[in-house]
Design a protein around this ligand. Structure first.
Ligand SMILES: [Cu+2]
Length: 434
């Protein structure tokens, strides 16, 4: 009966949007029932309270993340179903008198940090749930505070152009080292990133058609790796798919990927070993063959109002949504993302690369993008779009010519990838047109 009443109270509180903690409650038999509010997100489990008195425990679970999660208490054999973004579930743990370990059982999520332990003792409530009720004014203030931080300084910048060493044989050699580093995704949020040359995304490799290329990858990770050249035409033995085309590169060992750059390409290099962990955690970078500023402008022709017929910038925009890095543009979450700037009549050629697990519809408020290539192949008929769906593995090359002065938001249009109740976050940046 008491459980039914507690459940009813929880339901009512939930319906009102109130997520305050239900206080411990004694039944006639003296057993306390405590409701624990659990918040799931990428990639955290927050318990409130985290310490409860021995007795009956009911957990009320809210997923405020952007992807599906669940909550599992393995030692008790209890688990919620998968909970959609912004969904809820309730789990009765029964009578508890020793600590309970929780994880999210979605593959990779526990390893990325979705673990928590409910302890037994004097109840506390030190954590404020992020979905706690705010007044409209408080919400406005929180949103403004985040917006004013943009662009926030963080340690580490990805996508830095990597200069080759050119040997007597004329081969352009690029040296990459894979290792685990501390990576600041947003101000004060430092995660264990898996990086090439200490950068997330890895450095940009730029070569010309006809170049002989050698990429030497040294593995300083705690596990094996290999590297696939995604979208680049290479001999099969250089395709980086262990154990088929090569042996795994063991920790401490190196491998040389050698090929001749045969055709203009917009490619990415990324791990092909334990890839669902290694790639979202950061092991990915851009590799470009050819002069895409020139190729893209030739394809655009007279469709854009560029003043000098030249692209002023080439921008790599690497999308990610999982692992330790999470929802991000070029390894950073708003307000730590980098803004871009152009003068009216200037052009930037943007390559979108999706290294995540989800599709992201990338939207620049102005100007419209002229799509000139998909996966490094020029289109017969370039076309305009203001929202461009970039699926995992895809690369889209887009010409943006600045038309109107202002600060134009540029973000993923899955809104939970761009906003939270306390302001813009994750896959958001801006184009500043002067
Ligand atoms: Cu998205």
């Amino acid at each position: 009966m008491m459980l039914a009443i507690t459940a009813a109270v929880v339901l009512v509180l939930g319906a009102l949007g109130v997520v305050a903690i239900a206080k411990g409650d004694s039944t006639a038999s003296g057993v306390v029932t405590t409701t624990v509010h659990v918040t799931l997100s990428e990639f955290k489990i927050i318990l409130d309270p985290a310490i409860v008195p021995a007795g009956n425990v009911v957990v009320e679970v809210h997923n405020i993340g952007s992807v599906e999660h669940n909550l599992s208490a393995k030692s008790l054999g209890l688990k919620t179903p998968n909970i959609l973004s912004m969904g809820s579930a309730t789990l009765s743990l029964g009578k508890i008198d020793s600590p309970v370990d929780f994880i999210c059982e979605v593959p990779g999520h526990a390893a990325s940090g979705m673990k928590a332990t409910l302890r037994i003792g004097v109840a506390n409530s030190s954590v404020t749930p992020t979905t706690a009720v705010m007044s409209a004014a408080q919400m406005d203030k929180a949103m403004e505070a985040v917006a004013l931080k943009f662009p926030a300084k963080t340690k580490g910048v990805g996508n830095q152009e990597l200069a080759p060493k050119v040997g007597a044989d004329g081969v352009k050699e690029f040296d990459l080292t894979a290792s685990i580093i501390n990576w600041e995704v947003e101000p004060g949020v430092v995660v264990k990133g898996w990086a090439y040359n200490g950068q997330i995304p890895g450095p940009v490799i730029h070569v010309n058609v006809g170049d002989k290329v050698r990429i030497v990858l040294k593995n300083e990770l705690p596990e094996s790796t290999s590297m696939h050249l995604h979208g680049i035409r290479v001999p099969n033995a250089m395709d980086g798919v262990d154990p088929y085309t090569q042996k795994p590169i063991l920790s401490g060992e190196s491998f040389s990927y050698e090929f001749t750059a045969l055709e203009p390409s917009v490619g990415m290099y990324h791990s092909h070993h334990d890839a669902q962990v290694q790639v979202p955690n950061g092991l990915a970078g851009a590799i470009i063959i050819g002069d895409w500023k020139a190729l893209a402008m030739k394809a655009a022709g007279t469709k854009v109002n560029d003043t000098n017929g030249k692209a002023e910038q080439e921008v790599m925009m690497v999308l990610n949504d999982a692992g330790t890095i999470g929802l991000s543009l070029n390894g950073k979450s708003f307000p730590a993302t980098a803004p871009y700037s152009l003068k009216v009549g200037e052009t930037m050629v943007v390559h979108y690369f999706n290294e995540g697990l989800l599709t992201h519809p990338m939207h620049l408020h102005q100007p419209s993008g002229l799509i000139v290539a998909r996966d490094g192949k020029l289109l017969d008929a370039p076309y305009f779009a203001d929202t461009i769906n970039v699926a995992p593995g895809e690369r889209w090359t887009v010409v943006y010519t600045a038309q109107d002065v202002g600060v134009w938001a540029w973000h993923c249009h899955i809104l939970t990838h761009a906003e939270t109740p306390t302001g813009m976050k994750y896959m958001v940046t801006a184009l500043i047109v002067k």
